[in-house]
Ligand binder design. Structure first.
Ligand SMILES: Cc1cc2nc3c(=O)[nH]c(=O)nc-3n(C[C@H](O)[C@H](O)[C@H](O)COP(=O)(O)O)c2cc1C
Length: 217
């Protein structure tokens, strides 16, 4: 982090405590507020403001969480990219219910998102895949994400294999890799306030419209 970024971080810290959430219109949708807060997080100097926890649930009902990076969002949902044969993807294939959690500590803000997932199109995944650096593209081919490592060199050997296989060629999108779109039905914005009297504004989707309400902290 540069000195400038550190200063920006210090300057931003605690601002939300002093500033309550703006009044939310009854017909508001949550995406404009998400965009505003995501923009604030990007400007705050936080490292990886797009880092978000994703929780899936196993067939036996065991929840599990891990961090991913949010790569795209719009009113259709929130997109992250991963291996479609990973633990998370296997769980999401069997049970499409999912939860996301952002926490931006210097802003004293969290956003909870609940909904269902769908795969993004292969075209959209390919577009993102080809925007990544070559090393990450080879890495996606080489890693059998979430599988047990059997021998010490197998990952390095796999990287070697795909580096040679795709030498002097574009690295194609693996069919086992792509994006998941989280289509939200619940989004809660949490703003830390003094004396633990935090603001919680929730949006719930019923049919095609969003209703909002506040919760006790
Ligand atoms: C900040 C951060 C960002 C990450 N971003 C991604 C990501 O975008 N996609 C991904 O597959 N894994 C990402 N990971 C790794 C995951 O947390 C996790 O280790 C991996 O996806 C395997 O999870 P699974 O075995 O539960 O499927 C990230 C980890 C961290 C700490």
């Amino acid at each position: 982090m540069t000195l400038f970024e550190k200063l920006r971080c210090l300057f931003t810290f605690g601002q939300g405590v002093a500033l309550p959430l703006p009044a939310i219109d009854q017909n508001a949708d949550p995406f404009s507020l998400f965009e505003l807060w995501f923009d604030d997080a990007n400007k705050s100097g936080i490292l990886l403001p797009e880092a978000v926890s994703v929780s899936s649930v196993s067939e036996s009902g065991q929840p599990s969480s891990r961090m991913v990076l949010l790569k795209e969002f719009d009113t259709d949902g929130f997109v992250f990219y991963t291996n479609y044969a990973s633990r998370k993807s296997n769980e999401l294939n069997a049970n499409d219910k999912v939860a996301l959690l952002f926490h931006w500590n210097v802003l004293q803000r969290q956003i909870r998102i609940e909904g269902c997932v769908e795969r993004v199109s292969a075209e959209q995944s390919a577009k993102y895949f080809h925007s990544r650096d070559r090393g990450s593209q080879i890495g996606a081919w080489a890693s059998k994400q979430s599988s047990k490592i059997q021998t010490e060199n197998e990952l390095a050997e796999s990287v070697d294999y795909y580096t040679k296989k795709f030498a002097n060629k574009d690295v194609p999108l693996p069919e086992f890799w792509g994006g998941w779109r989280v289509k939200p039905n619940y989004i809660e914005f949490w703003q830390g306030r003094a004396s633990r009297l935090h603001d919680r504004v929730c949006f719930e989707k019923s049919a095609a419209t969003w209703e909002n309400f506040k919760l006790q902290p």
